[in-house]
Design a protein. Structure first.
Length: 376
């Protein structure tokens, strides 16, 4: 009889455990499905949040400088509106100053593109002829490195930029909503946070607030740091190419600044077309291309070893291999925006895992170390 009850208890335990596991898997799958289906809405919210970060520090500073007798409900919206007007005016001035030389360089580049295309085809034929002269062992070694895969990835990335630029025209409503949402994020962030926390069970309030603070700190450091890195990269590349006598300096500087927003591989993706254009401009003087390549290598080294840790800080601390993997995952689900947001999201997940898994394990077992996990 006791064996019968023991067997029934085991069956009920297995059934209950299996049911809970299935429910969790279904809940996770449903959450992933919902996120994928509403990814355009999520991208709009995320871009609005990113748009608010560069203005947030100035809004906070000006609000602190205002007299305390000014009500917060009046002061913060007015200050936010003034900051938005200031940023809009500075953007307008920058575009007005740069648009004329940028347009002239783009027209010249488009006009000369058929000639460059012929030179690219001739260069490709020369490379093929040189490749055929290599020993078979060397050719097999090169083919094993999957060079064609790198070229195909670069082609898909460039096509993705063009497709994303064209698709922006079809998202006028989302584009208009971005500054509106950013305005509300800056003026009413406290109430938004309270309403969000109210949706969470009371026992999770403290953890939710902690997670929101960590996520906000990581995203703020990352966004502001990336903006500064993009500006520095565009400025330095423009000055360097101008000193080397390269054409289309402004266009290439803008390209270098935009691609710098993609961590790790961004400078490489931006440097490939720039070096290629330099080779086409100076076909009889390849030393200029070598100088540009060395310049990009030195710039990438200085950025990754000196500027990047200072600007972005220790909060977004991920291994380059991890960054590349999350970049690929972000591109698969959310395209270019996913590549930009993948590192901070991975950093947030890392912080959460450290708090709720690694730290408790260390508390339970004094001998537990993350190095032991890596070794196993």
């Amino acid at each position: 009889m006791n064996d019968w009850y023991s067997w029934q208890s085991r069956v009920r335990f297995i059934a209950r455990t299996t049911g809970v596991f299935i429910l969790r898997v279904v809940a996770i799958a449903l959450a992933v499905y919902v996120v994928v289906r509403i990814r355009s809405i999520l991208v709009t919210l995320i871009v609005a949040g990113l748009f608010a970060y560069p203005a947030g520090w100035l809004v906070h500073l000006l609000c602190r400088l205002l007299p305390s007798r000014v009500p917060r409900k009046i002061a913060r919206p007015l200050v936010t509106l003034a900051v938005f007007v200031l940023y809009g005016y500075l953007t307008y001035l920058s575009i007005r100053i740069l648009i004329t030389p940028f347009q002239s360089e783009m027209r010249a580049l488009i006009a000369n593109w058929p000639l460059y295309q012929q030179e690219i085809q001739q260069l490709a034929r020369d490379v093929q002829e040189w490749y055929r002269t290599l020993p078979p062992d060397v050719r097999r070694l090169i083919e094993s490195q999957n060079v064609t895969g790198v070229v195909e990835f670069s082609r898909q990335w460039a096509t993705g930029i063009v497709t994303a630029s064209v698709s922006l025209v079809g998202h006028i409503v989302e584009i208009v909503l971005i500054p509106v949402l950013a305005f509300y994020f800056l003026t009413d962030s406290r109430n938004i946070k309270h309403e969000f926390v109210a949706l969470v069970p009371r026992r999770w309030w403290r953890d939710t607030l902690w997670l929101m603070r960590q996520a906000n700190l990581i995203l703020e450091n990352y966004v502001i740091g990336q903006i500064m890195l993009c500006l520095i990269a565009g400025l330095v590349v423009g000055i360097g190419l101008a000193l080397l006598g390269v054409k289309y300096v402004l266009v290439l500087a803008v390209l270098a600044g935009i691609t710098r927003a993609i961590p790790i591989i961004g400078p490489i993706l931006g440097g490939i077309p720039i070096v290629l254009l330099v080779v086409l401009q100076f076909p009889n003087n390849l030393m200029v291309a070598v100088h540009v390549l060395l310049f990009f290598s030195a710039l990438h080294f200085i950025e990754s070893k000196l500027i990047l840790p200072i600007l972005i800080g220790e909060r977004v601390k991920l291994h380059p291999v991890t960054v590349i993997l999350v970049l690929l995952a972000g591109a698969q689900f959310f395209g270019l925006m996913g590549m930009f947001l993948a590192p901070p999201v991975a950093a947030i997940i890392r912080v959460v895992l450290h708090r709720y898994w690694i730290a408790p394990q260390r508390t339970k077992s004094p001998t537990f170390r993350t190095e032991e996990v890596v070794r196993t």
